[in-house]
Structure formats: structure tokens, C-alpha cells
Design a protein around this ligand. Structure first.
Ligand SMILES: Cc1cc2nc3c(=O)[nH]c(=O)nc-3n(C[C@H](O)[C@H](O)[C@H](O)COP(=O)(O)O)c2cc1C
Length: 308
């Protein structure tokens, strides 16, 4: 017998049939008068994370919302992430009430705005107290979604046809693939990402559980970052690294010390890492990779991370 009950799956299943942990994001866009307006969103997740020519998020939004209409018309938005504060969450919920015009919503908005870093007059402002902001551009080329620009202003539901994953995807729904143009980070968290995180250097990120029982939005407060070591059993031995290293390139030799520096690389990534080391060696006329060369490679990687 199963230890579970079989729960019905209904519209908005992530909050009506589940406890699904979500971020809370205030999205800034420009309204028709060129002013920044804010809307509350949780269904916003990384979409292209590697192996493409750009990085992207996906946003799921009601197609009649100010945010969706503004993205359809002008393509630019900023995803503002705020630290945990009950007062700010209550303000976020106010900015999540459907049916208000940008002017009505922003009249009493307590969040101070400032210019972002992506540049250009067509960008919305960002929230000054956010701990991080992603400045984005909708990729309307996917699925030829730029055609949906002609369908703005249909606020009582859009008739078919619908797209699969980008643009107007149902009568009341929209999906947007948002190219991440810039990630803006407050200095404290910037340092943590570039130099290594400690429990105390995590932003206090709240977790949203959505609108439940047609009554309240629920969220949980952040307590403290906890670290969990990766399992040792998956470490390589120096011998297994040596075996793979000797088969990477006949003209580049890895010393035992260099191999020892790679024992913690998960086995599935070892070949890629060794190939990367050999590439660096060849570009720099090196035939023996020792501890010093490995340190150079690590420094270069850290430098690239900082530059980004
Ligand atoms: C915490 C929170 C999260 C929300 N997440 C979403 C979401 O992911 N997608 C959506 O369509 N609506 C979401 N809503 C509802 C929107 O905020 C609501 O439709 C609002 O009218 C959007 O503002 P706008 O019309 O200015 O864009 C959320 C509301 C709150 C309070």
C-alpha cells in the first residue's frame, strides 16, 4: 500500500494541489507613458543556463497584466529580488492585486527606484533596496512571438492560435523567455559569490508558497544558510585521475601533484576539466601540467568569474 494519497490536479496546481517553493520577484516594466511600474511574480525561473549563446529566465504571467502587456509592447523588464521582510512582502502582495492601472499601483508604492546598469532609455528603473536584479529583454524571435505584439490590448482573453512556450500561450496566459542582459548585485553578496560564501553572507531570501484557500498569500522566512558536504564516495583516487589524464593528450603530461588537485572533480566532469587544462597548456606552449600550472588555470577561472 502506498504511503501517499492521490491528490486531484487542478488549475494552478503548483499552489492549489501542492506546496511548491517559489521566489518572490517584483518585475519592473515601462508603461505606455514611459514610467516604471511594478508587478509581483513567483513563476519566474532559470531557462537557458548553459550551452546557448545567452542566458535566459522564463516568466509565466496572466496575459492581461500590466507586466505582460508592457513586455509584449516594449520587451524590456527587470526582475527585482528583495530580502525577507514581512512589511515588504505585504507591499508585494498589494502590487499583486489584479486590475489596477500602473498609475494607481505606483501612487503609494514605497519602493525607491533607481537606474539599472544595462543602459538605454527604454529600460525600466530597478528597486534600490533589492539584493539582486536581473535586467532582461524578451527574446521575441523564439516561436516568432514578435507576431503577438499585434495582439496587445485584448484584456478579456485572447482567442487562438496560441504558442507553445513563448508569447501568448493560452486565452489568459503568457510565457516569456527573457534574455538576462545584466545581473546587478549588492556589494556584500557580490563579494560572497566571487570570493566564496559563508552562512552569514547569504541574502535572506523568502520562499513563497502562493495564494492558498482563496484567502492569503503564504511565505516562509529565511533563517540561515546551511552547508552540506558533497559525498566523499564519489571522489576520484589520484590513480583514476592519472588514468584519465594519460589518455587526454599524448603531448601534455600531468604530474602526480596536478592529478591530486583534481580528485574532487565529479567523475562525469573529469574529462571536460582535463580537456580544459590541455587547451590552456596548448594555448600557452606548456607540455607539463604541474601544481603551478593548475593554480594558473584556477586563477584564470576565478578571474573570468569576477569579470562576469
Ligand atoms: C507573491 C505573488 C506572486 C505572484 N506570482 C504570479 C505569477 O507568477 N504569475 C502571474 O501571472 N501572477 C502572479 N501574481 C499575481 C500578479 O501579481 C497579478 O496578476 C498582478 O495584477 C500583476 O501586476 P501587473 O498587472 O502590474 O503586472 C502574484 C502575486 C503575488 C502577490
Amino acid at each position: 500500500m502506498s504511503s501517499f494519497k492521490d491528490l486531484r490536479i487542478v488549475d494552478n496546481f503548483y499552489q492549489s494541489s501542492a506546496f511548491f517553493p517559489m521566489p518572490t520577484v517584483l518585475i519592473s516594466t515601462l508603461d505606455d507613458s514611459g514610467k516604471t511600474t511594478l508587478g509581483a511574480y513567483s513563476l519566474v525561473f532559470p531557462y537557458y543556463i548553459a550551452g546557448k549563446s545567452y542566458y535566459a529566465m522564463i516568466l509565466e504571467a496572466r496575459n492581461s497584466s500590466n507586466t505582460a502587456q508592457n513586455i509584449l509592447k516594449r520587451g524590456k523588464c527587470a526582475l527585482n529580488f528583495l530580502e525577507d521582510s514581512y512589511r515588504d512582502f505585504a507591499e508585494t502582495v498589494k502590487l499583486g492585486f489584479p486590475g489596477q492601472t500602473p498609475e494607481e499601483k505606483m501612487k503609494n508604492c514605497p519602493f525607491e527606484l533607481e537606474k539599472g546598469l544595462a543602459g538605454g532609455e527604454d529600460r525600466p528603473l530597478v528597486i534600490k533596496k533589492a539584493y539582486q536584479v536581473f535586467e532582461c529583454t524578451w527574446d521575441d524571435s523564439l516561436e516568432d512571438a514578435y507576431e503577438d505584439r499585434k495582439r496587445v490590448g485584448q484584456l478579456d482573453g485572447v482567442e487562438p492560435p496560441y504558442r507553445s512556450f513563448n508569447g501568448i500561450t493560452s486565452k489568459f496566459g503568457c510565457h516569456f523567455i527573457l534574455k538576462v542582459d545584466k545581473i546587478l548585485m549588492k556589494e556584500k553578496f557580490y563579494d560572497a559569490i566571487v570570493n566564496g560564501v559563508k552562512a552569514s553572507s547569504f541574502p535572506k531570501v523568502p520562499i513563497d508558497f502562493g495564494y492558498r484557500d482563496s484567502t492569503y498569500f503564504w511565505y516562509t522566512k529565511f533563517r540561515r544558510g546551511l552547508k552540506c558536504p558533497i559525498p566523499n564516495v564519489q571522489s576520484n583516487s589520484v590513480g583514476s585521475v592519472r588514468f584519465a589524464a594519460d589518455r587526454t593528450d599524448p603531448n601534455v603530461h600531468f604530474t602526480d601533484e596536478a592529478c591530486a588537485m583534481l580528485v574532487k572533480v565529479p567523475r562525469v566532469f573529469l574529462k571536460t576539466v582535463l580537456n580544459g587544462c590541455v587547451k590552456y597548456a596548448k594555448e600557452n606552449g606548456i607540455t607539463v601540467i604541474d601544481e603551478k600550472v593548475m593554480a594558473e588555470i584556477n586563477d584564470k577561472r576565478r578571474g573570468e568569474k569576477k569579470k562576469r
